[in-house]
Design a protein. Sequence first.
Length: 227
Amino acid sequence: MHGTFATQSIQIEPAILYLGTPVVLIGTCNEDGSYNLAPMSSAWWLGWRCMLGLACNSKTTANLTRTGECVLNLPSADLVGAVDSLARTTGSDPVPPSKRMRGYRHEKDKFGLCGLTAARGDTVAAPRALQCPVQIEAKLAYVHEMAQEDAVWRGNIAAIEVRVTRVHAHPQVMMDGEPNRVDPDKWRPLIMSFQQFYGLTPKKLQRSELGQIPESMYKPPGWRPAA
């Protein structure tokens, strides 16, 4: 706004509030030992802890709560194609009704589909995605079931706290002369904002498959924000 600050605003009710967060590919183990890989962007870190916002009926949530472990693979912007190939796929079979109406399909081999290379973690059995510049192994700490006071959302979403046990990073994103510091001038995370992909640039990186789903489909029928 060229040095000036706007003072007026309007009241809005967006269906989603994904204002912009890094994409995370969560690696987990299925019941038969095979690997699941799922993109999400409701994640934030504090120290060596991370909070993950997940749907209760997702395969990732089921795997994480059953095994107690995962790997948080952080893709760079140049992996946007691999990430988007996983959009509208789920490891759940049958596909949950809420995902089926948004055009999701069951996919068993997520790594094969997106072309990333899987490797077992050092401290967990869950898979790392080796092309991701940052790979964070973690174990389950606590599951907080969200929106218990909301009749529509109750039982549908959870905030899952995980404890980081090991961090892997590509040398190319590390700070010169600092063996334990990622260089923000070199690290170019893939960002999702309102279902669209961005890097640290002002323009979208490419068409997003999830971006083809109308935002209104994320709002449950009859839901209104609490006063």
